[in-house]
Design a protein around this ligand. Structure first.
Ligand code: ATP
Length: 264
């Protein structure tokens, strides 16, 4: 008998076809990205690496709806991206918390904006503050927390909107090595729990290989006289428990590093 597959949540699915991005007038301004094609299935963890200026942040901002693309198609969940949406959560390197609100109030802010009733918003906030391990700090202000803790609040705040697509731009770039490693563990767990699609921009190839199902390697960029483009997409078939010192891990890291440098 044919097996019946459960319905697949497609809301976090990304489709980019022949996308170009010019800053300024076409033909006169800066062509940051050109001829970009990318399909990300719902629930995938995709990392994006590449030398400075190849257009990683531009790609992320376009997916977030903060920036228009110039040509081609950009769809999330089967619908064109026309502007920002709480269904697409964005986490940057600087945490962007409201310093005058407590941790709980920061996390509640999104649901309250979406007119979720006060009590329900409080419950949602408590749940995601627990997810990031900060329940004891719910009534503290961001200024009383370490950088790693503030970044956890920023993640909880985005998760409280229950996004189908989580867009992260160097989110752990400002953290010390130890905190960064523990945040990577947590993000892996959160991804497994939420089934959100993640697009994660990083300068660290090790971080990309540790976290991602696939790694997009971008090259070019206006400073090289060509638009940024996707050089290659590398599958990371290393299973769930990855050892950054294992030979197969290092082999993938080296292959990606070679691709990044070929383009640079
Ligand atoms: N608002 C803008 N106006 C004009 N050019 C821009 C603008 N934003 C980015 N660019 C240019 O577009 C190109 C891609 O920039 P982007 O920030 O996306 O690269 P990146 O790969 O994220 O770089 P980095 O790793 O240094 O953050 C760069 O050449 C940059 O100078």
């Amino acid at each position: 008998m044919a097996r019946i597959e459960p319905p697949v949540p497609l809301e976090g699915q990304v489709r980019i076809e022949q996308m170009a991005k010019w800053y300024g007038p076409v033909g006169e301004g800066v062509e940051a990205l050109g001829g970009l094609n990318l399909d990300v299935p719902a629930g995938e963890f995709l990392a994006v690496v590449g030398a400075s200026g190849c257009g990683k942040s531009t790609l992320l901002r376009i997916l977030a709806g903060f920036e228009d693309h110039t040509d081609g198609q950009v769809e999330v969940g089967g619908a064109p991206v026309t502007g920002p949406s709480p269904r697409r959560g964005v986490v940057f390197q600087d945490y962007g918390l409201f310093p005058w609100l407590t941790v709980s109030e920061n996390v509640r802010y999104g649901p309250r904006q979406r007119r979720v009733p006060r009590r329900r918003a409080k419950e949602i906030a408590a749940r995601y503050i627990e997810t990031v391990g900060l329940s004891r700090f719910a009534d503290r202000f961001p200024g009383e927390l370490s950088g790693g803790m503030q970044q956890r609040v920023a993640i909880a705040r985005v998760l409280a909107n229950e996004p189908a697509l989580l867009l992260m731009d160097e989110p752990f770039g400002a953290l010390d090595a130890l905190t960064r490693t523990s945040m990577q563990h947590e993000l892996k767990r959160i991804h497994a729990e939420t089934s959100a699609t993640v697009v994660f921009v990083t300068h660290s190839i090790e971080e990309a290989v540790y976290l991602a199902d696939r790694v997009v390697v971008m090259t070019g960029g206006p400073s090289h006289g060509v638009p940024g483009r996707i050089e290659k997409i590398v599958d990371v078939d290393l299973g769930d428990h990855r050892d950054v010192n294992a030979p197969d891990f290092n082999a993938i890291e080296r292959a990606i590093s070679d691709l990044v440098h070929v383009g640079a």
